[in-house]
Design a protein around this ligand. Structure first.
Ligand SMILES: [Zn+2]
Length: 375
């Protein structure tokens, strides 16, 4: 879903990140808001004031979005669902939950946490707008508060549309889930609504573009994003359920090919990467697992340097991101792979290397299992 992400700072114990797609959006918002203020406000201000106002309001919008996501995150943390962090991206923000809520009640409260914050913000900004207007404050302050109030209201209303993965879709899922006690069925229903709503936005956007409104392209892209996200969430849930109760031992290759730390990079590429076609190899020294080496880590080493540099200089020590215990749930392995972008994990038993589990093997099992489950 995301491209390159940058860590910004911690808020209330959550890591705030910005996806690369967010930066042009700040500029776009600043630019369109300064244009808007130029039309709405007194024309006598200095040119820079419209720009500053545009920028400050754009930042105000994103602060509102961060607060909305914090609303979800704080409730999620209280209900035992770990949060990966909050990421700002082209369509706003997202609080990344690493797991499903444990009960319909948790789901409902986590889903409603964000919109409640937006409601409070909308009331606050629209109230402040009314007051400042009545006491005849400077028009740039009044205008800025009005925009912030309206946008928070729009965020609230849009998110309450019952199309999963929008908040309204999650609320609906929690209601369906408590009604029938089947999370998988509830997810399927709301994902279908989500995918349908995405399709509606795509058609709406395309019709707009045809009639000459090129700004409507936005809706088409948003629709495509929501449609994909709805379908992906359902598939992920199915995957997670299919893998539940199966341990990593069941899927691993018990005879992993490992390299020694004294292997040169040249040998690694010629005798391992080109022969076995793996992206990552465990590094073993005297029967002891000491880390992993992947081609991403050595890509930047020039070809004439590769003969005298060794694996030991580049190896990555064992961590939760590349190593997993043999008795761990396979669903956990899948979520580590998706979060860390490592498609192969080293499997250990009593800290000794006993195998390798790969995304490809998990997927093969899942696609077989899906074929027998389809209804
Ligand atoms: Zn939300």
């Amino acid at each position: 879903m995301f491209g390159t992400r940058f860590d910004l700072f911690q808020v209330a114990g959550f890591q705030l990140r910005a996806d690369i797609s967010w930066f042009p959006i700040v500029l776009l918002f600043t630019w369109s808001l300064q244009g808007y203020f130029r039309e709405q406000l007194s024309p006598d201000y200095a040119d820079w004031l419209y720009w500053v106002l545009g920028f400050v309001t754009a930042i105000g919008l994103f602060v509102s979005i961060i607060l909305h996501e914090l609303g979800h995150s704080v409730v999620a943390r209280r209900h035992g669902v770990p949060i990966q962090g909050i990421t700002l991206f082209i369509f706003g923000g997202v609080a990344e939950l690493s797991g499903e809520p444990k009960s319909p009640r948790s789901e409902f409260l986590i889903a409603i946490g964000g919109p409640l914050v937006s409601l409070v913000l909308a009331i606050f900004f629209l109230g402040a707008y009314q007051v400042t207007q009545r006491i005849q404050s400077p028009d740039f302050l009044v205008g800025c508060l009005q925009v912030l109030g309206r946008v928070n209201l729009a965020v609230l209303v849009f998110n309450l549309i019952p199309a999963y993965p929008l908040d309204g879709g999650r609320v609906l899922r929690s209601i369906l889930w408590s009604y029938k006690d089947r999370l998988e069925w509830a997810t399927r229903v709301v994902s279908k609504i989500g995918a349908g709503f995405g399709m509606f936005l795509i058609i709406f956007g395309v019709l707009g573009i045809i009639s000459g409104e090129f700004g409507m392209l936005w809706f088409a892209i948003l629709g495509l994003f929501l449609r994909t996200a709805a379908q992906m969430s359902y598939r992920q849930l199915m995957f997670r359920q299919a893998l539940e109760g199966e341990t990593v031992r069941h899927f691993m290759n018990p005879e992993p090919i490992s390299v020694s730390p004294t292997t040169s990079l040249e040998q690694l590429i010629e005798n391992y990467v080109y022969v076995h076609h793996h992206k990552m190899f465990p590094v073993v020294d005297n029967d002891k697992l000491i880390g992993s080496i992947s081609i991403d880590q050595i890509k930047s080493v020039s070809s004439d340097e590769r003969s005298h540099r060794t694996v030991s200089e580049f190896l990555r020590p064992c961590s939760d991101e590349n190593t997993i215990d043999v008795n761990t749930d396979a669903a956990k392995a899948l979520s580590i792979m998706t979060q860390s972008d490592n498609s192969r994990l080293m499997v250990t038993e009593n800290e000794e290397l006993v195998g390798i589990v790969s995304l490809k093997d998990l997927q093969k099992f899942l696609s077989l299992k899906m074929e027998f489950q389809e209804d």
